[in-house]
Design a protein. Sequence first.
Length: 131
Amino acid sequence: MTTPSKPKWIEIRNHSRQGPAGLRARWCESFACKLRGLTFRRVLPNDEALLLVESSEGRANTAIHMWFVFQPLGVVWLNSERRVVDVMVARPWRWYVPRTAARFVLEGTPELAFLFAVGDLVGFESLAPNH
């Protein structure tokens, strides 16, 4: 019997502007992880986010739903070059599609939307397994 692997965590840094230290994000590329997203979560720490990862850029495949998400979320869409292509505060019970094709969707507390702007360059760094 195999044991499930631990979730992969990365650090997100906005290289285009001064801001707080890097944000810790869970790397989420499986269908089940992306489908669940942050649904049913009641509490999300300010320094934690979820990074939804697609295999290619697109608008439809990076659209998000806010069904059963009981709090607003800050959402940042990034293209393959890790440039921000859209940012917004998403409200519960709605559906959102980025303005431009994206490959990554970063979801966190609403404050996240104020740490990024369209055009910003974002870096990802792997975190040690004990984080």
